[in-house]
Design a protein around this ligand. Sequence first.
Ligand SMILES: [Zn+2]
Ligand SMILES: [Zn+2]
Length: 399
Amino acid sequence: MGRIIADLHVHSGYSRATSKDMTVRTMAEWARRKGISLLGTGDFTHPAHLEDLTRDLRPQGNGLYSVEGIPEVSFMLTAEVSSIYSFGGRVRKVHNLIYAPDLGVVRKINMVLGGMGNIVSDGRPILGLSAKDLIKIVLDISNDCLFVPAHVWTPWFSVFGSKSGFDSLEECFQEYAKEVYAIETGLSSDPAMNWRISGLDRLTLLSNSDAHSPSKLGREANVFDCSMDYYEIMDVIKTKDKSRFLCTIEFFPEEGKYHFDGHRECGISFTPDDTEKHKGICPVCLRGLTVGVMNRVSELADRAEGYIPTDAIGVKHAVPLQEIIASVFGAGVNTKKVRNEYDRITAVYSEFEALLDISAGQLQEVCDERVARGVLRVRAGALEIIPGYDGVFGKVSMR
Ligand SMILES: [Zn+2]
Ligand SMILES: [Zn+2]
C-alpha cells in the first residue's frame, strides 16, 4: 500500500509529433524525478514500440512492468486508437485508450487490429473501425482490459467533441456503453465541469498527461492509495472507490488549448456567450468558429455550475513546476535558466513533492524565493489565466 501517482496516457517516439526521447527508460528517469510511480507505456499497438517494450520491460508478476535499475517506476501497457468512421450520416472521430494486463493480450489485440488497418504508420493508429466495434474486440480478447474514451471533450477527436463526437456514451457505444467504467477528462476540462452532466455520474474520471515529450509527463495524473498491482488499480477505477482513489491532479482547465471557443488564425477567442452573440461565426473570416470544451459541456449539462456529486473523487489543481519557474522568471520554459532551477529543486524533492506536499519553509530552503511564492500561489489557486482556444494553450501569469 502507498500513494501511487499514475499517468496512464502517454505517447512513444513512434507517434507523430512526439519526441524520440519517449522510450521507457527515459520516461522512467523523468517519472522518478517528478514523483510519478506508475506510467503508461503508450503505443503498444505499434510493432516496433512493442519490440522495444518486450526487450526493455521486466514483468513484476502483477500485470505491471518495470525497467532494469529503476524499480521506483512501474509501467502499465497502454495504447490509444483513433477511430474515424461514419455513423448516423456524419463522420465521427473518436480517440480511445486501451489498458492491458500483459504482453500476450497485447499481441492478440495487435493481431486483430493489424488485420483491420494500418497499425505500423503511427504509434496512435487511425482505424476505420467504430468505437463500438473496437471496445467489443478488446473485451472479447480479455475482460481484464480497460477501455477508456480519451480527452472526451476536445472538439476534433473525442466521444463528446463538438466537431465529430456524440451526445452520450450510449449513442456511441450502444449496448457496450455499460462496459465503459471511466473516461479521461482531458486538459481542457476538469471534474467540476463533468459533474454538471448527470449521465456521467456512474463513471470514474481519469486525468492523464497525453505527453509527447518527457518533461510533460504527469502534467495531469491520478493519485491512488493501493498496492502496485494492475488488477487492484482496475478494481479501484471500476468501483470508483474513494478510499483508494484519493484525487486527480488537474490543469486549471483554462490552460487547456480548447477551453474557450475561437479561431486561431484570426486571433479570435470567445466565451460561449460571445459565440452565441456571433451565431457561431468568426467575425474576421466569416467561417464557423471552433467550439471549445466549456461551450460543449454547457450544451450537454443538465445541472448548474458548482454541483458536486456525493461520491466525487477529490481534485487538486496544479501547474507544472517548469511553467511556474518560467512564469516568475519571465523566461521561456525551455531556457537554461528555467532548467537549472528545475534541476536544483528536483535534486532534493520530486516535482510533485514540491508542488503538493512540502511546507512553505522547505520550499524556501530549496527554491528561488519567487518560485516558492509561485508554488504557494498555485496551491491557493491565486493566479491569472488567459484561457486557451482553438489549439492555443492558455497562459498562466504569476508575475
Ligand atoms: Zn488522443
Ligand atoms: Zn476566423
